[in-house]
Design a protein around this ligand. Structure first.
Ligand code: AMP
Ligand code: ZN
Length: 483
């Protein structure tokens, strides 16, 4: 598209929009905090990966060679981000009477299925925390003499040994999040575990030998080690959900400062990454996003109810990633209809050979699109530019197809890989198959052609009794839907 790779991104560290200037010319290195695989992700969690995916696609589109790493936390994350409570993985393994390794494998696969269903691109690497324990011990050994102290329960990071601790959160006070009483002997309320020792006389399912005795790494340590190891300090962008801005990322930054032997956050190298980016939350008022509620909002629940997962991706793209997004079934249904409309047009362009050059009349839409994406990933406006192209009349289909393809490469709605039929998922509770519906509809069409309206009405009622609404004259040509 256009030549100038203008891209402005919001840096949580400075709370400002900043032009993207890569550490390594022509490259973009991105680390995304991945899931703790102790349970299924909810759709709010998946918003974080849709955001990271759009960011990666935008960087590729603007011409940068992208290296994206997403981690899988299979050890070390406690039920409380501020380092209190139980290990999430151990707790679930006990509850399900399975080994931690089986729990991790099962929920990693489930997470990857959601990644695929949302058309999120594969990162260059999925880094698995338990593969990096020796590197974590090495990292901890390096910073321990100057930044850590040992207690009976583990090795702790003393946050007073780095300057500007908590600047990312800007909310750290003595009354803040940290629970000094949770661990006896902590020097500062915000100090956190680098290594958690296995209590004497116990054996954990996952534990490793270390200079501080057998135990497991702290969650914050994992991300510092994997991001530094795989991308090199400083790298370009570190992403996560907005909750990570308060504890997890300030702690990573403190470790990175200690490891890089730099202090103060005035130069980018000091925090490990130049830009720290955070997506805001998906919210749902009735508590269905809580993993402790029985039927919580996982992607599979949406699918079981008949909503194609790309409808949820559309819902995410309609909001800016820094705004809260309120989930509702009506909102999801509307997003899915919007996607259907796009796919109907895309199906008409499917046969066309993409043209090499765009038509000058499409230039304004391309420009709007480029500007929107460059303006801190304004996908809401980018979507309208895409719709304007789809709606443009009297263009050669090949010309239109090329432009739509280029835009969809950033938005990732898979417009040419998804058909109308794919979108029409039957809810799990449906008592009739798509084939049966099509068969009844064919008979009804014949009856109407024969002007046998009594039969036509009877067939419509027969379908209605099975929850199928026949949509005569539907402007989207949808013909039927399952209620
Ligand atoms: P976790 O597995 O708990 O570490 O969460 C995975 C990712 O989802 C993290 O980046 C979180 O910040 C993010 N996250 C958690 N809840 C939400 C939510 N309701 N909306 C958006 N992102 C979320
Ligand atoms: Zn992390």
């Amino acid at each position: 598209m256009t030549d100038a790779p203008n891209l402005t991104l919001f840096n949580s560290l400075t709370r400002q929009l900043e032009p993207f200037e890569p550490v390594h010319p022509g490259e973009a290195r991105v680390y995304t905090c991945g899931p703790t695989v102790y349970n299924y992700p909810h759709i709010g969690n998946m918003r974080a990966y849709v955001f990271a995916d759009v960011l990666g696609r935008a960087l590729s589109h603007k011409g940068y060679r992208l290296t994206h790493v997403i981690n899988i936390t299979d050890v070390g994350h406690l039920t409380d981000d501020a380092d209190a409570g139980e290990d999430k993985m151990e707790k679930m393994a006990r509850a399900q009477a399975q080994s931690i390794w089986d729990i991790a494998a099962h929920y990693t696969q489930a997470y990857w299925a959601d990644i695929a269903a949302l058309n999120i691109r594969q990162p260059a690497k999925w880094s698995i925390a338990t593969d990096y324990v020796p590197q974590m011990i090495e990292f901890a050994e390096k910073i321990a003499p100057t930044h850590c102290y040992e207690l009976e329960s583990g090795l702790y990071f003393d946050v007073s040994t780095v300057s500007d601790y908590g600047r990312l959160a800007r909310a750290v006070t003595d009354e803040g999040e940290g629970r000094i009483e949770a661990v006896e002997g902590k020097r500062n309320h915000a100090d956190f575990a680098i290594w958690r020792k296995t209590p004497a006389g116990e054996k954990r399912q996952m534990e490793w030998d270390s200079p501080w005795g057998p135990g497991a790494p702290g969650w914050h340590l994992e991300c510092s080690v994997m991001s530094g190891d795989l991308l090199g300090f400083p790298f370009d962008i570190h992403t996560g959900g907005i909750d990570h801005r308060e504890i997890h990322h300030p702690n990573e930054i403190a470790q990175n400062q200690a490891f890089c032997c730099t202090n103060g956050l005035d130069t980018p190298s000091n925090s490990g990454a130049k830009l720290w980016m955070h997506n805001n939350f998906l919210v749902e008022r009735s508590g269905k996003m809580s993993k402790s509620s029985g039927e919580f909002l996982r992607l599979q629940l949406l699918i079981d109810k008949g909503y194609h997962p790309l409808g949820y991706r559309m819902m995410c793209l309609q909001a800016h990633y820094r705004s809260e997004l309120e989930f509702s079934w009506e909102g999801l249904a509307a997003a899915l209809v919007r996607l259907k409309r796009m796919i109907i047009v895309a199906e008409r362009l499917a046969e066309a050979e993409p043209a090499a050059t765009a038509h000058p009349k499409l230039a304004p839409m391309l420009e709007t699109f480029e500007k929107a994406i460059g303006d801190d990933l304004n996908t809401a406006i980018a979507l309208t530019a895409l719709e304007d192209v789809l709606a443009a009349k009297k263009f050669d289909p090949g010309v239109k197809r090329a432009v739509v393809e280029a835009m969809d490469a950033v938005l990732g709605l898979d417009l040419f890989g998804t058909s109308r039929a794919d979108l029409r998922l039957a809810p799990k509770a449906a008592t009739i198959t798509e084939l049966e519906i099509e068969e009844v509809l064919a008979r009804r069409k014949q009856a109407r052609a024969d002007k046998d309206f009594a039969t036509s009405d009877a067939l419509r009622d027969e379908l209605a009794a099975k929850g199928v609404e026949v949509m005569d004259g539907d402007p989207l040509g949808w013909e039927w839907k399952l209620g």
